[in-house]
Design a protein around this ligand. Structure first.
Ligand code: SF4
Ligand code: SF4
Length: 57
């Protein structure tokens, strides 16, 4: 699953726009991930300019 470091997240929306399964969303000034749909591709991890995302078990 993808873990968000909310302190590092700048809410830039990059991860939301690159996720191929559309399971990330900016909601009420917070990034929310539906990990049940995540395919662990890590595109979001690589693209986040603030290194706020991490793939964890
Ligand atoms: S790309 Fe990174 S900084 Fe931008 S919204 Fe996603 S987690 Fe937050
Ligand atoms: S790892 Fe891939 S599928 Fe999962 S949230 Fe990130 S971009 Fe989306």
């Amino acid at each position: 699953m993808i873990k968000i470091d909310q302190e590092c997240c700048d809410l830039c929306g990059t991860c939301v726009s690159v996720c191929p399964v559309d399971c990330m969303e900016l909601k009420e000034a917070m990034l929310v991930i539906d990990n049940s749909r995540c395919n662990s591709c890590q595109i979001c991890v690589r693209m986040c300019p603030f290194k706020a995302l991490e793939l964890v078990d």
